[in-house]
Ligand binder design. Structure first.
Ligand code: ADP
Ligand code: MG
Length: 236
């Protein structure tokens, strides 16, 4: 579904991504882990188009998108949810999601957008809050809204950067269930997460990054037992 070859990005003297090769398979949930500063967010920013790589190539659904602007990637079905949630605070949950649905794909009509919003509101459990101003939501509801906003753009592949940050354990479990429902609805998921129980519970495969490089890739149990991975976490 997504193929990354030799992806590299520097910030001055810092190598945030170096020669990253990666494939994302349709229907999977792929976890991205690694110590702080390993380059996980940089990788997602390169995939979503917020950053352009210095070298390498990104292919999505068989098409090269290496230099495509973020909105073009969204239109093609590459969705993104952010750690820091920034809805329009005075607008209701419903209105925020309508914005996502209308701008997620050019040419979306009002009726179609309404159908999409109804679907994502049901999927994310936000129905009781549909008319609530986004500024009045709890943290967990904020996260639901951010996932719903990304889903309203109708992604085939959804990129999530630490969407559980700040949640209590019970809330994180709810978010795990929600991400499972999202996958069951036909969306492929790539997620960055530092809570290992969440990674273990969700990921079909796990990518481990360190100093901008992929140092391990496999099932959770394999990478958790990998000496290089243990060293990366202990060494910082
Ligand atoms: P992670 O998400 O794994 O914690 P990041 O991708 O955010 O890591 O960062 C990787 C490295 O690149 C870090 O050393 C970070 O300080 C640096 N970095 C990330 N974004 C920028 C930026 N916009 N400008 C300068 N340095 C950056
Ligand atoms: Mg990060």
């Amino acid at each position: 579904m997504l193929r990354v070859e030799g992806l590299s990005k520097r910030f001055g003297g810092i190598v945030a991504a170096y020669g990253v090769n990666l494939e994302v398979h349709p229907g999977e949930i792929l976890g991205v882990i690694g110590p702080n500063g390993a380059g996980k967010s940089t990788l997602l920013n390169l995939l979503s188009g917020l950053l352009r790589p210095d070298a390498g190539r990104i292919e999505f659904l068989g098409e090269e998108i290496t230099q495509a602007p973020p909105e073009v990637r969204t239109w093609k079905g590459l969705g993104r949810a952010f750690q820091i949630v920034q809805p329009f605070p005075e607008m209701s949950v419903w209105e925020n999601l309508m914005v996502g649905a209308l701008y997620g794909k050019p040419g979306t009509g009002l009726k179609q957008a309404q159908r999409v919003v109804e679907e994502v509101i049901a999927l994310t459990g936000l129905a009781p809050k549909a008319q609530t101003p986004a500024g009045e939501l709890t943290l967990l509801e904020d996260k639901r809204l951010e996932l719903a906003r990304a889903l309203a753009t109708r992604p085939k592949l959804l990129l999530l950067d630490e969407v559980m940050a700040g949640l209590r354990p019970a809330e994180a479990l709810e978010a795990v269930e929600l991400i499972r429902r999202i996958r069951a609805s036909g969306v492929t998921v790539v997620f960055i997460e530092h809570l290992m129980p969440v990674v273990q519970a969700l990921a079909d495969r796990v990518v481990v990054m360190d100093y901008g490089q992929v140092i391990a890739l496999g099932h959770y149990d394999e990478v958790a037992a990998n000496p290089r991975v243990r060293e990366a976490y202990l060494g910082r």
